[in-house]
Structures are given as structure tokens and as C-alpha cells.
Design a protein around this ligand. Structure first.
Ligand code: SF4
Length: 358
């Protein structure tokens, strides 16, 4: 019988599994704590459960272990970038960032991405597969184990489109949220999407208080289509309507990510158009000086343009900040470390890395 990945079970699923093993359901509490809070990697470390139950668990299940292949640390600000190996030897990235309000991790949700945004390294090698909930939560467990640091905030902004892996992403939030586990409140979790409209409506109904972050990057559909293929499917109006519904149901403010690309979307007219789009919403704009990727055609907006863009939005009543550039001395832009790894590892590229959708 194939062993099950015990990390992937929700608390209720774990209770049912323990019941199936012929044991009392209350053991699920102890086991959930050992796995998700204590981060143990062996059933033998679960010292408050009987040897008999530990043997049963070993026979039927395994504990997920993700391996750190590489870790780069910024000398400037301590940002740490991890290349992490999954059980099937695909690789993903996670980034640990230090802010005054605590440690924030940026997690991946897929191996590769099928959204094809032109300014993004994560999509250059196509899409391989979606991550399981345990592989998303496992990035936190792995990085906490590796660094000994406590993580208090999570942003779903790494490799992949979170709402394209909807069920696993929602399940991972519930795992991270669970009081017996990492117990990180949903208000400390931010989900980023390029705008998969139907799943924004679905997320609004989940009764999860996480922050929604929309990667907008343009103020007209025509301009957006030039860099984001998803704009061929959903218009800005459709996205904003879904956002308004999200705000109405959850009461949460929406964050709009806007990567400033030199000469593409960084003019004063763009700033005015953006302020007009968002004026009747509880919104916050996060300006991102776009990361220049190797062989990418897009260049970062100038400091002056960034400042002017922010001032214009703020003066029109839209709260705007510029994202601090962390880890500028390491491969911190999403997907770059993995891309380098694929490029240099022939064996990985030819045998292990299997593209299933281009
Ligand atoms: S920006 Fe996000 S959605 Fe777009 S290709 Fe990159 S990972 Fe995918």
C-alpha cells in the first residue's frame, strides 16, 4: 500500500486517518502539533504517543521533508533566498525577508507558471505542476528549521499563480492558520493574483480573512495585454468588479501591485489613470521597481519617475508605497535562482525536469 503524506492532511482528515488506524481520534491533536508546530521529521520523535501507534504511522504514512539545495544571503539586508527541492526533484524558490514588523516569507505555489507574464522569470521554462498544500506550508517549516527563525507573515507571491492552484492554496492557508500548528492569522497572509476573476469570487466566499493582492501593472486592457496574456481573458473592469465584491464580503482592503517598467507604464498619465480606476475602492498601491531579468527586455523605471508616480497617486487620495528592494545583491527576483539552476544542471534539465505544458 502506498504511504500517505501526513503533512497534507487537514486536522479533520488526520482525525479520520487515526480513526482508520483503530486508534482514538484525540491523538490527532498530538500528531498535528508534532508535525506542524514542532516540525519533527521522524515519528520516533513524537515522544508522547505510544510506540505501537508510532509503528502504525510508519507503516502507513511518511512525513514530508523538503531539502534546501542552495541558500543565498544578502549582505545588504539579510534577505535569504532558498532553492528548495521537492520529493520529485523539481525545484522551487522561497524568500525570507526581514522587516521591522517581523520575518516574512514569500512562497511558491507551482513549479513554473502558465501565465506567461513577459517581465517574469518564473514563467520562462513553462509550467510543470502545482504544489500540494503541504509543499506550500512545507516551505515555512523548512525555512524555520534551517534558520531557527520564527516567521510571522506569508506572501503567496513566489513562483506560480496562486489562484491557478486554488484548492491547494486554500488548504495550505488553513494548515498555516490552524491553532495547533503554525497558528499564523489569515490577516498576516497575502495572496497575489494576476487576476483569475472566477477564483477571486470563490476566495471571497471562503471565510478567510487574508489580504488579496492584484498584480495590475497597467491601466488599460490594451497595455496590460502587452505584458500579461491573462488580460486577453479578463478585462480590468472584470477584475475590479471582483475586487469590489471581495471587499464587500471580507471587509479587507485590496493591495494593487504595479511593476513600473521604464517607458511602458510609468508616465504621469498612467498614474492619473490608475488613481481614477481605484478611486472608489479601499485600496492600496504597491509600486514595484521591476526586476530586470537576464535576457529580459524590460528596464526598471528611473528613481524620478517612481517618485513622481507615487506623489501623483498619493495626491489623488490613493495610498501608495514603493516596495523596498530587498536582496538586490542576490538572485532575489522570483524565478531567477531556479532558472539558473535549470540552466546549469544538464541532468536536471534533460531527465528530471519534465515540461507538461508549454
Ligand atoms: S508574475 Fe506571477 S502570474 Fe505572472 S508569470 Fe510570474 S509567477 Fe506567473
Amino acid at each position: 500500500m502506498e504511504k500517505i503524506n501526513i503533512n497534507d492532511l487537514s486536522f479533520e482528515e488526520l482525525e479520520n486517518f487515526i480513526d482508520e488506524l483503530g486508534e482514538k481520534k484525540f491523538h490527532a491533536k498530538q500528531i498535528f502539533k508534532w508535525i506542524h508546530r514542532e516540525k519533527v521529521l521522524s515519528f520516533d520523535d513524537m515522544t508522547d504517543i505510544s510506540k505501537n501507534l508510532r509503528e502504525k504511522l510508519k507503516e502507513r504514512a511518511y512525513i514530508l521533508e523538503l531539502k534546501v539545495i542552495e541558500c543565498q544571503k544578502s549582505k545588504k539586508d539579510g534577505t535569504m533566498k532558498f532553492l528548495i527541492e521537492l520529493p520529485d526533484q523539481n525545484a522551487i524558490e522561497s524568500v525570507l525577508m526581514k522587516y521591522h514588523h517581523g520575518n516574512t516569507i514569500c512562497v511558491s505555489t507551482q513549479v513554473g507558471c502558465r501565465m506567461g507574464c513577459k517581465f517574469c522569470a518564473s514563467t520562462k521554462e513553462g509550467f510543470v505542476r502545482s504544489l500540494y498544500a503541504s509543499e506550500i506550508e512545507g516551505q515555512l517549516l523548512t525555512v524555520e528549521r534551517y534558520t531557527g527563525e520564527k516567521i510571522s507573515n506569508i506572501v503567496y507571491m513566489g513562483i506560480g499563480e496562486p489562484l491557478d492552484n486554488y484548492d491547494n492554496v486554500v488548504k495550505s492557508i488553513r494548515l498555516i492558520n490552524y491553532p495547533l500548528g503554525l497558528n499564523i492569522g489569515a490577516r498576516h497572509i497575502s495572496i497575489s493574483t494576476c487576476g483569475l476573476v472566477p477564483n477571486i469570487y470563490r476566495l471571497a466566499q471562503e471565510n478567510i480573512q487574508c489580504t488579496l493582492s492584484i498584480s495590475l501593472h497597467a491601466t488599460t486592457d490594451e497595455k496590460r495585454r502587452q505584458t500579461m496574456p491573462i488580460a486577453n481573458k479578463y478585462t480590468i473592469k472584470e477584475i475590479l468588479d471582483a475586487c469590489k465584491e471581495y471587499i464587500r464580503i471580507t471587509g479587507r482592503r485590496i493591495s494593487f501591485e504595479y511593476a513600473l517598467i521604464n517607458g511602458q507604464n510609468d508616465s504621469r498619465e498612467d498614474a492619473i489613470a490608475l488613481a481614477k480606476l481605484l478611486r472608489d475602492m479601499i485600496a492600496h498601491v504597491n509600486l514595484i521597481p521591476v526586476n530586470e531579468i537576464k535576457n529580459g527586455v524590460y528596464k526598471k523605471a528611473t528613481e524620478n519617475h517612481i517618485q513622481e508616480f507615487m506623489d501623483t497617486l498619493n495626491s489623488m487620495g490613493v495610498v501608495t508605497t514603493v516596495r523596498r528592494e530587498l536582496g538586490s545583491d542576490i538572485d532575489a527576483a522570483c524565478g531567477q535562482l531556479r532558472k539558473k539552476y535549470i540552466d546549469k544542471t544538464d541532468e536536471f534539465a534533460q531527465k528530471k525536469y519534465i515540461k507538461i505544458d508549454e
